[in-house]
Design a protein around this ligand. Structure first.
Ligand code: RRO
Length: 301
């Protein structure tokens, strides 16, 4: 049998396979270019207008079913990123999707104005960071803000616009509809779940930022539920995210309705996980004689 076809297209962008990194789990692509070059796409850590030092330590708590992070959007800011990091990303042989985060609606459009260029295939709009006091997750909970952000960013670029939504919602389907109507190319579901870890010794929250976001295997069934619900009513593709540790998890996402998927927490344990997942998917398709992975999307009976 010929090699199975893992290519996935969103709009005019063709990804060589459906595997992407989740923003914040592979830095700015400084290390392991041999992994990044095999991926469908690379999503660096989120960028804001101004540099951010992030939250005080500890920033990560590791539990049996997942991790809770409280990074607080640490990044060097858009100017440093544009001058010093973006040019290096042009050497990678993968699609680059930039994750951007604003603290006011207008900031998203400004970021795109600065960042848009030939290296970039699209933008993931972070409307769901659980670890910052303003903006972040609250955008996802306000359909009017989501609509406005999409209207303003759509004026700035024809490239992919991919809102990343929060798992904490009033009405996920309404939100998803707004994203589609206002010109999103796809949506990413889900960001981490707001969480609290208690330090019993100190009678204090464990994390320096007090609260954090839960990711990893614990959130996978909930993420699958969200994706499957949204897929019933939306035409634009869904990028699934949450607890993908191996190719079987990735297959679950595809069957539940995700066209592409992001590997996140697993990268922190083994940065070669995405390669193992892509190889696993290829092997599976070969063994089952599925010539084209697209045909498995949303195929739950
Ligand atoms: O930086 C973070 O603390 C962070 C972000 Br921006 C996000 O979108 N999701 C997350 O779990 N952590």
């Amino acid at each position: 049998m010929l090699e199975p076809d893992l290519r996935i297209r969103i709009g005019e962008v063709e990804f060589s396979n459906p595997c992407l990194t989740a923003s914040g789990t592979y830095g700015f692509g400084e290390r392991f270019p041999q992994v990044l070059n095999r991926l469908g796409g690379f999503i660096p850590k989120g960028i804001t207008l101004l540099p951010r030092v992030g939250n005080p330590p500890p920033r990560i708590w590791e539990g049996s079913g997942g991790i809770v992070n409280s990074i607080g959007l640490e990044n060097p800011g858009v100017i440093y990123f544009t001058n010093n990091i973006l040019p290096k990303l042009s050497h990678l042989n993968t699609k680059i999707i930039l994750n951007i985060a604003g603290f006011a609606i207008e900031e998203f459009a400004t970021l795109i104005k600065i960042l848009d260029g030939p290296v970039v295939s699209g933008f993931e709009l972070n409307l769901s960071c659980p670890n910052v006091p303003d903006g972040g997750i609250s955008f996802s909970q306000n359909p009017k803000s989501v609509a406005k952000i999409l209207q303003e960013t759509r004026k700035m670029t024809r490239k992919l616009l991919i809102p990343k939504l929060s798992p904490v919602f009033n009405n996920l389907l309404e939100l998803a509809h707004i994203c589609e109507e206002e010109g999103s190319s796809a949506i990413t579901l889900i960001n981490s779940l707001p969480s609290l870890v208690v330090d019993l010794e100190r009678f204090q929250p464990f994390l320096g930022g007090r609260t954090g976001g839960l990711s990893g295997p614990a959130i996978k069934p909930f993420a699958l539920y969200c994706i499957n619900k949204v897929k019933e009513v939306l035409k634009i593709p869904i990028i699934g995210c949450g607890g993908i540790m191996n190719y079987q998890d990735a297959l679950e996402y595809i069957l539940a309705g995700a066209s592409l998927f992001q590997v996140g927490s697993a990268n922190l344990i083994n940065p070669f996980t995405p390669i193992e997942i892509i190889e696993g998917l290829k092997r599976y398709c070969r063994e089952k004689e599925f010539p084209d992975i697209k045909r498995l999307i949303n195929k739950l009976s």
